[in-house]
Design a protein around this ligand. Structure first.
Ligand code: ADP
Length: 636
């Protein structure tokens, strides 16, 4: 029976004018040993690639075991190829970073053969080619002859019906050539059909049939009488093993893709690490940003909540009503104290200090405050008697400086008595603010007394009422009537609870900003990782072609690279989350905050990392799947 039958096969390459094959017809029977010879460029490799289903004819018929191949789908061709052929190329194409045993097992892994059967098949093939002592050595460290033996062992491990060898002795010395010829004869004797492309007379001499190709055509086809026809023996029987198991097709990550992807990543640690770092940076940035936003928001909320619990602010129509309003407010049950203040912006009240001929100007806010203001427990001033000087209604204008205001005017924190000018009014510095717990903005301000500072018209005056905890809402209701029974509508109550709602909005805005920044960061990582994976695909072209030649489908190759991307994304995001949490703790401790962690956010970050990893592999994996093995495996 003919195992191979080519009828009037043509192959025309799109990029060349002359056809590589012009009507080749050939029948090869099971168990034959055929040498295809001819000058360089005659079309021998092209023909061998067509026979091995690594390429398709432009026209003509090709039957394998009686099956016409032109009607097969790509998946069927892949399966038929991996179950029928073993390949040996001129360049032995070993995977240099993998061990001899793993190289030999490659076709079996690509076909999804179970691990225990792989072990038997690999050890038998390794034994057959005298590689037992080398089985755990890295293939990249082997000599040329040893590599070619690995290539033979790999080709026969899956127990092929037909061995296709393209110039298998092309790069070998005479000693290794003799060994290879011995292997070819041995395989043929065990029943394997051997077809070898060669320009070596020595190789052609061991064949029982020599087909001469010239200029894309078969010009002679001779059986060599001296050769005894090979006995047709089943290769499996000879090796004492069962014939190769039927290949289970693996179409998902449940098959070999996951371990294979993991191995590929681990075998190229530098490359994997570089991509991993990008993911770690992005994901940890995302986690730190999200956690610190939450921590900072908590901090702000805490301050505001405290205010909401015991503070009511009332806007009064004019300053004149302030003192009386404060007095009336304090009469209400539950009110601890009340004081009034009004803020002048930097532009409304320029600060000047004259030192000799030099005029110093400062832009800080000015607060006009009533006498009660400095009695508020959270506000502390130095020296102690400054409060009395400030409130004295002796006609002189007094000011108390916040530390930042003092610095900007060049006044030492322990200096008093300096003359300054605020909104054109001369003022004497009588003291310095040393603490303002509830209102840190005071530290950047200058305080002047309501009693002697001439106020601009239409100034809004705020009465801050401090209550017992939990009472602001009730007191806020009672205040307008208590302050001005005749015109309760003139006082506008602003409870701090409103501000709490406001912070929620601010927090949401902040979270959105962080999210946007994170998404942009992740997109950048996707791009970087995609580019590096694309470069990886290009550098692994031959490896991919080899995987295809020995059994992997295009879908397998796509799945392999997608799995690699997903694994990197997963590893990167796990490490990124861990780093992010650590960094959040460190930063919070340094700033004296209590850190907040967003667990849902962390889970989302991991998901985002995995998605980004897979996404970045989409285009490279498609590129990898498009690699044509016949072209990529051409000897260079
Ligand atoms: P041989 O193996 O006999 O040396 P080949 O089969 O490699 O010859 O090549 C036969 C002809 O086809 C040559 O002219 C070669 O340039 C051409 N050829 C082979 N592969 C390709 C390709 N992928 N694209 C274009 N031309 C090709």
């Amino acid at each position: 029976m003919n195992v191979l039958e080519a009828t009037d096969v043509h192959r025309v390459y799109a990029t060349t004018d002359a056809p590589a094959l012009r009507g080749v017809s050939l029948k090869i029977q099971r168990g034959e040993f055929v040498a295809i010879v001819g000058p360089s460029g005659a079309g021998k490799s092209t023909f061998l690639n067509l026979l091995g289903l690594l390429d398709t004819p432009s026209s003509g018929e090709l039957r394998i075991n009686g099956v016409e191949t032109s009607g097969l789908t790509e998946g069927e061709r892949d399966r038929l190829r991996s179950q029928t052929f073993g390949f040996v190329f001129q360049d032995s194409f070993v995977l240099p970073e993998e061990s001899v045993a793993r190289n030999v097992a490659l076709p079996l892994r690509m076909r999804g053969i179970p691990q225990d059967q792989q072990v038997d098949l690999v050890s038998s093939a390794i034994d057959q080619f005298g590689l037992i002592r080398k089985s755990s050595q890295l293939a990249g460290t082997l000599s040329g002859g040893e590599r070619q033996r690995v290539a033979f062992a790999r080709a026969v491990a899956g127990k092929p019906v037909i061995l296709l060898a393209d110039e298998p002795t092309g790069n070998l010395d005479s000693e290794n050539t003799r060994l290879v010829l011995g292997h070819l004869e041995m395989l043929n004797a065990s029943g394997v059909t051997v077809i070898v492309v060669t320009h070596s007379d020595e190789v052609a001499r061991v064949a029982e049939r020599v087909v001469r190709v010239e200029d894309g055509q078969v010009v002679s086809d001779q059986s060599v009488a001296s050769q005894t026809p090979a006995t047709v023996v089943d290769c499996g029987q000879l090796a004492g093993l069962d014939p190769a198991p039927k290949t289970p097709r693996t179409r998902s990550l449940r098959g070999w893709h996951l371990p294979e992807a993991l191995t590929s990543l681990l075998l190229a640690p530098v490359r994997s690490f570089a991509i991993l770092v990008a993911f770690v940076v992005a994901i940890s940035g995302l986690v730190v940003a999200a956690n610190l936003t939450a921590t900072a928001a908590d901090q702000v909320s805490e301050t505001l909540s405290a205010a909401a619990l015991d503070e009511v602010v009332v806007r009064l129509p004019d300053a004149g009503a302030s003192l009386q309003a404060a007095e009336r407010a304090t009469e209400l049950q539950g009110v601890l104290f009340a004081s009034g203040s009004a803020a002048l912006s930097e532009s409304e009240a320029t600060l000047r200090r004259y030192v000799g001929d030099v005029t110093m100007e400062s832009a800080v806010a000015t607060r006009i405050v009533d006498d009660r203001f400095l009695a508020t427990p959270e506000v502390s001033v130095w020296p102690e008697h400054a409060t009395a000087l400030f409130s004295a209604s002796d006609g002189s204008r007094a000011a108390i400086l916040g530390p930042e205001a003092a610095t900007s005017l060049g006044i030492a924190p322990d200096a008093i008595g300096d003359e300054i000018e605020i909104a054109g009014q001369p003022v004497t510095v009588v003291g310095h603010l040393t603490g303002a717990e509830r209102d840190p903005t005071l530290l950047t301000s200058v305080l002047v007394s309501q009693a002697d500072f001439v106020q601009p018209a239409n100034l809004s005056w705020d009465l801050t009422v401090r209550t017992q905890p939990g009472l602001p809402a009730r007191i806020a209701e009672a205040l307008p009537l208590a302050i001005d029974p005749a015109h309760p509508e003139s006082a506008q109550v602003r409870t701090v609870a409103d501000i709490r709602t406001l912070t929620k909005g601010v927090n949401a805005d902040l979270a959105l900003t962080v999210l946007l920044v994170s998404v942009i960061l992740l997109m950048l990582v996707c791009l970087t990782s995609s580019i590096s994976m694309f470069l990886t695909v290009i550098s692994r072209t031959r490896e991919i072609a080899l995987r295809r030649a020995v059994g992997a489908t295009r879908r397998d190759i796509r799945a392999l690279f997608l799995t690699e991307g997903t694994l990197i994304g997963l590893a990167g995001s796990l490490a990124g989350v861990a780093l992010g949490v650590g960094a959040t703790v460190a930063i919070s401790v340094a700033l004296g905050w209590s850190p907040s962690f967003d667990m849902v956010g962390a889970a989302l970050a991991i998901l985002a990392g995995v998605a980004a990893g897979s996404l970045s592999a989409v285009i490279p994996s498609r590129r990898a799947a498009r690699i044509e093995p016949a072209l990529a495996l051409k000897a260079v």
